[in-house]
Design a protein around this ligand. Structure first.
Ligand code: UTP
Length: 473
């Protein structure tokens, strides 16, 4: 963040956009605290904030979706182009042209875990943290392809130090420290939902939130990570979120399709899974004006969301699981354009804060604040041609978003065992199952052991799993 003390004019401009409480608060601080506080405030430009406050805080801000939405074209699971693409992808990986990119700057407020989400114990039998699961996936791919795969991890100023310290504490999970690069994304002020005032986290400190995974384009450039990729000869990034332990850090088929499919410009590709139901809360890949884009579930008109084809399948069926392949050239091109800006989205969340008037700390019971975030998928329409590749839900999507219920640690652990059970069964191992079909065991397969059933087949396997057993392979 650019920390410069605001001039008197800038302070007046904050007052002019309804933020006079911030100036009053400055007067209540001692000299040292005031200087730090004003420097933090000076990182934000009131002229840039004014229209955002008007549009997203005082109003809802969302734009209506395009009127001519069609379902996006999808490369299906049985598409014959997939197998040849594997060779292209493998060649790219072996040549050192692929790096991993994990967005880990989020606050994980729904999970309620006190620490970066990547440190959260997640593996179904061993409780390995998410970062370790990905590190093992990367190490496994490095062993398989005989190459070092750089790993870029986007943090936020709120979790950067803790994240880097966690890796150092765990000896970078066996990966080369010089091949891992952490860089923080930008932040935005958090606003009170009813007064549109910028909130304070504590006396003399603004309440801020990371500016969304879409902040990665700018953060990659300003942090020097983009330049680092170019220096290393990296051409494509395998992008995944920190909260999905089933994301394959390096998938040769997907990377190969991204780089060589005739319908792909090799700039920005995505994976999809068939939606579980018409009202599942996932973004949907659509096409408008010949461009692929993700429409958020709340923006897809209900009549379209419910439409079915002749076979009774949902027409708008391509759910986004936030796994992408993005070229370094594309990131360079868009982030280097002075006019480049992804739109903001408004998120209403609970933000604990300090009220300078009553001098009290407030822990809200209900969502009280507006956060402004950019989404990475809003850059998809900027690609010349963008492909969407189907994958299997259990294979690649076991997100940890909530403490309980849907997309929680329990559901993720169940899916991890289910995937491991399927892989073992594909290798001829007998897995006990309950009458409802779920495995009667807890089974964890380290990505160092195998990243798919074919690789698992090459290892020493038991002939059967005992009912109720906990098995780590
Ligand atoms: P989510 O949209 O689930 O947000 O992030 P979150 O902040 O992690 O969690 P909640 O909503 O507060 O519960 C999806 C992915 O995008 C990353 C997250 O770290 C996660 O990998 N992300 C999100 C960022 O890197 N930066 C952000 O500003 C927001």
């Amino acid at each position: 963040m650019n920390m410069t003390t605001p001039t008197a004019d800038q302070l007046a401009a904050f007052a002019h956009i309804g933020q006079e409480h911030l100036i009053r608060h400055a007067e209540s601080l001692d000299a040292g605290a005031r200087e730090r506080y004003l420097a933090e405030l000076g990182a934000f430009d009131p002229d840039e904030l004014a229209p955002l406050i008007e549009r997203y805080v005082r109003q809802d801000g969302s734009l209506p979706p395009p009127t001519t939405l069609e379902p996006a074209q999808v490369i299906a699971m049985d598409d014959p182009s997939r197998e040849p693409a594997r060779h292209t992808g493998e060649a790219l990986i072996r040549a050192g042209k692929v790096a991993c990119f994990t967005v880990a700057g989020g606050q994980g407020s729904r999970l309620g875990y006190d620490g970066p989400k990547g440190c959260f114990p997640t593996a179904c039998a061993t409780d390995k943290p998410l970062f370790q699961i990905f590190a093992e996936g990367i190490a496994g791919a490095q062993n398989r392809y005989g190459v070092t795969i750089p790993w870029y991890i986007m943090t936020s100023p709120l979790n950067h130090e803790t994240t880097a310290a966690f890796f150092a504490q765990h000896a970078h999970f066996g990966l080369r420290p010089d091949a891992i690069r952490f860089f923080p994304q930008g932040v935005m002020p958090s606003f009170d939902k009813s007064t549109a005032r910028m909130l304070l986290a504590e006396p003399g400190v603004l309440a801020t939130n990371p500016d969304g995974h879409g902040g990665s384009f700018r953060a990659l450039r300003v942090s020097g990570a983009l330049e680092d990729m170019q220096r290393r000869g990296v051409e494509h990034l395998s992008y995944f979120q920190v909260d999905n332990p089933h994301a394959r850090p390096v998938d040769p088929v997907f990377l190969g399709l991204h780089a060589s499919s005739p319908n792909s410009s090799g700039q920005f590709s995505s994976k999809m899974v068939a939606k579980a139901s018409w009202d599942e809360k996932v973004g949907v890949f659509c096409e408008a004006d010949g461009r692929t884009q993700v429409i958020e579930y709340s923006d897809l008109p209900v009549e379209l969301a419910k439409q079915t084809d002749d076979a009774g399948r949902l027409r708008f069926n391509a759910g986004s699981i936030a796994i992408h392949a993005i070229s370094v050239d594309f990131i360079d091109k868009v982030s280097g354009d002075p006019d480049f800006a992804l739109p903001f989205h408004r998120a209403v969340k609970k933000v604990p804060h300090f009220d300078p008037e009553s001098q009290r700390h407030i822990d809200p019971a209900e969502p009280n604040a507006v956060k402004l975030e950019r989404f990475v998928f809003d850059a998809i329409p900027m690609a010349d041609q963008s492909i969407v590749v189907e994958t299997d839900r259990v294979e690649e999507f076991a997100p940890v978003k909530n403490a309980t219920g849907t997309d929680s640690i329990e559901s993720s652990k169940r899916l991890q065992t289910e995937r491991a059970a399927r892989w073992l069964e594909a290798c001829g191992v007998s897995v006990p199952r309950h009458p409802d079909g779920t495995p009667n065991a807890v089974i964890e397969i380290s990505p160092l052991t195998a990243q798919d059933p074919e690789q698992l087949r090459e290892t020493d396997l038991p002939t059967r799993i005992e009912p109720g057993a906990t098995v780590v392979l």
